[in-house]
Design a protein around this ligand. Structure first.
Ligand SMILES: [Zn+2]
Length: 75
């Protein structure tokens, strides 16, 4: 969390939102448990089954990524 008067209100809010999303745990697509955590920039790993995947920088699934997956499924 940024708690300074610097960078302007909007930028601080955007930053805080991104950090909040980053720290959240997500559902692993392989074992369906809520153990998916961010290990590195855009790299997500499941703490239960060890499943590793590349995703968004702050969330494992991005809006664009979902559109791409839907397109691939239709093909
Ligand atoms: Zn898993």
């Amino acid at each position: 969390m940024l708690r300074t008067p610097r960078y302007g209100k909007k930028n601080r809010q955007l930053y805080n939102k991104a950090i909040e999303k980053k720290r959240q745990k997500y559902i692993c697509p392989q074992c369906k448990t809520k153990k998916l955590v961010r290990v590195s920039y855009a790299v997500w790993q499941c703490k239960k089954c060890g499943f590793k995947m590349a995703g968004g920088s702050y969330t494992p699934f991005t809006e664009t990524g979902e559109i791409v997956l839907r397109m691939l499924g239709e093909l």
